[in-house]
Design a protein around this ligand. Structure first.
Ligand SMILES: [Zn+2]
Length: 501
């Protein structure tokens, strides 16, 4: 089969130039200068047949109406591109500020049927030796969309292609779809009868078409009883059914300090009643998330561990990240980040810094290795009697030791009962200057250790404990997290960089 013969035949079947190149298996850039590609492939086509860029200002009314391609239904025509770009620009496109875009085009099934019909037609015309049963003779429509439409749309909109960018969901329809699908349902019943009576009829889907509808699984003669070979001419092109936009998923990371002993981590609701008015999650989402999204309820807040309501988190603070789907923008300036940091600080309950957009892959820092991390605590503890030198000496421990910790009673309602080993890396203690019954204990422990129980021992449910080590009752009055062993996200000083945005 010579290229020229193939093209002449496709031409006679009403296949457009772009699709002709698909059947010559042209690759990316070869669709740009089609005349040159045809020449290189030794195919003669008359120059005026190859569509050129439309010059604006010409009277389009007088232009002869080009017939519609029987295999792509006009998907690759200039008219369709113009319509598509106009449709995207009329959507909420301008609301989004995303560098990268990706097109997701949902095509009517009749297009897939038409490719198969042409496959059969070529086999009949040129023989099965030239046109394989298993390997489609053309560059598949989906791939051609990526090769041809994607670059054009990106260029026209001034965007980059980015698989993680804003998704433009385009749904197309065609007037023949209903009839063709009805015929397909009959064809499917005849071609792939259910193996057993009880077997449910297989749903017709695009996936099924891709898998089953090939010359190796379906006979041309049977196909032709329902649908024509080659594909029939049509009077109207594909139409845009809908365009929906979905902004990219953006991740914003930072570190928070918790300054209040009356603030829960996430909204605290019991039996439908709010126990606490606000939470770290809500404060951060309110002040940061709103810049990126109109739907804050869809934002996910994650942090490297969490504190109890009455525990503060000081020092460098705790790493957190917001996962923001359908984001309107994918970046923020230092000024914007600084403004958000200040807005959160104003609450007086939480303070955030190092706020930045991070790549999604970096979320693993927060999600994994949690158990291995070290946590640094400072606990204010009280004894029943004044501290002795002996007690102080027992609470200077520089070598690590293991404890066995049963799930504390206070969390048994939401966590299963386990006994877990935990490592305590060091203990340092000093006396509070003005009260000899008060101790300040600095602890370094493995993440996941229940510190309150480590101190008082909870009736032996944690062993050993600070109480069992000194052989005396001891209670905890206040606890602060002073350090978290996670060097992420990177340090950025938004305040200092404000002018450099
Ligand atoms: Zn075409």
């Amino acid at each position: 089969m010579k290229n020229q013969e193939l093209i002449n035949y496709l031409e006679s079947c009403g296949v457009c130039r772009v699709c002709q190149l698909r059947y010559l298996k042209a690759r990316g850039h070869e669709y740009r200068d089609m005349q040159k590609t045809f020449q290189r492939l030794d195919v003669k086509v008359t120059e005026e047949d190859v569509p050129k860029d439309d010059t604006p200002g010409e009277q389009p009314a007088k232009k002869p109406r080009l017939s519609i391609c029987s295999t792509c239904l006009g998907l690759f025509s200039k008219d369709f591109q113009t319509q598509l770009i106009a449709g995207i620009l009329q959507s909420d496109f301008a609301k989004y500020d995303s560098e990268g875009i990706v097109l997701a085009i949902s095509l009517p099934m009749t297009l897939q049927l038409r490719q198969l019909s042409m496959w059969f037609a070529l086999q009949r015309k040129f023989g099965r030796a030239s046109v394989d049963d298993n390997c489609a003779p053309d560059v598949p429509i989906k791939e051609a969309v990526k090769l041809i439409l994607h670059p054009i749309v990106c260029a026209q909109l001034g965007k980059e292609y980015d698989a993680n960018g804003m998704m433009i969901n385009i749904e197309l329809r065609h007037s023949t779809e209903t009839d063709d699908v009805a015929k397909l349902v009959e064809l499917n019943r005849a071609a792939f009868p259910a193996k057993a009576a009880h077997q449910k009829r297989i749903e017709i889907s695009r996936g099924l078409l891709e898998k089953q509808y090939q010359p190796s699984r379906l006979k041309a003669d049977l196909f032709e009883k329902y649908l024509p070979i080659p594909p029939a001419a049509v009077n109207d092109p594909l139409q845009l059914q809908s365009i929906e936009l979905a902004g990219p998923l953006v991740c914003v990371a930072g570190r928070y300090r918790k300054l209040s002993r009356e603030l829960s981590h996430t909204p605290w609701v019991l039996n439908g009643q709010r126990i606490m008015e606000d939470s770290i999650e809500e404060i951060i989402v309110r002040n940061v998330g709103m810049h990126f999204s109109e739907t804050p309820e869809k934002i996910t807040f994650m942090s490297s561990g969490r504190e109890d309501v009455d525990v503060r988190c000081l020092g460098k603070g705790r790493p957190f990240v917001l996962e923001i789907p359908n984001s309107r923008c994918s970046s923020m300036t230092h000024q914007q980040a600084f403004d958000m940091e200040q807005a959160v600080d104003l609450t007086g309950k939480v303070s955030i810094h190092n706020l930045q957009v991070v790549p999604r892959e970096q979320l693993t820092h927060i999600k994994t290795g949690e158990e291995q991390k070290r946590k640094y605590y400072r606990a204010l503890c009280v004894l029943d009697e004044p501290v002795t030198l002996e007690i102080l000496q027992k609470l200077q421990i520089s070598e690590s030791f293991d404890i066995q910790q049963k799930t504390p009673i206070r969390v048994l309602h939401r966590r299963p009962l386990h006994t877990r080993p935990r490592t305590i890396f060091s203990v340092k203690t000093c006396v509070q200057r003005d009260n000899p019954r008060l101790l300040i204990i600095d602890l370094v422990s493995q993440a996941g250790t229940y510190i309150k129980e480590l101190v008082h021992g909870e009736f032996g449910r944690t062993a050993p404990s600070i109480s069992s080590i000194i052989g005396k009752p001891i209670d905890i009055l206040a606890l602060d997290v002073v350090g978290i062993d996670l060097d992420w996200p990177a340090d950025v000083n938004n305040a200092e960089n404000v002018d450099k945005c």
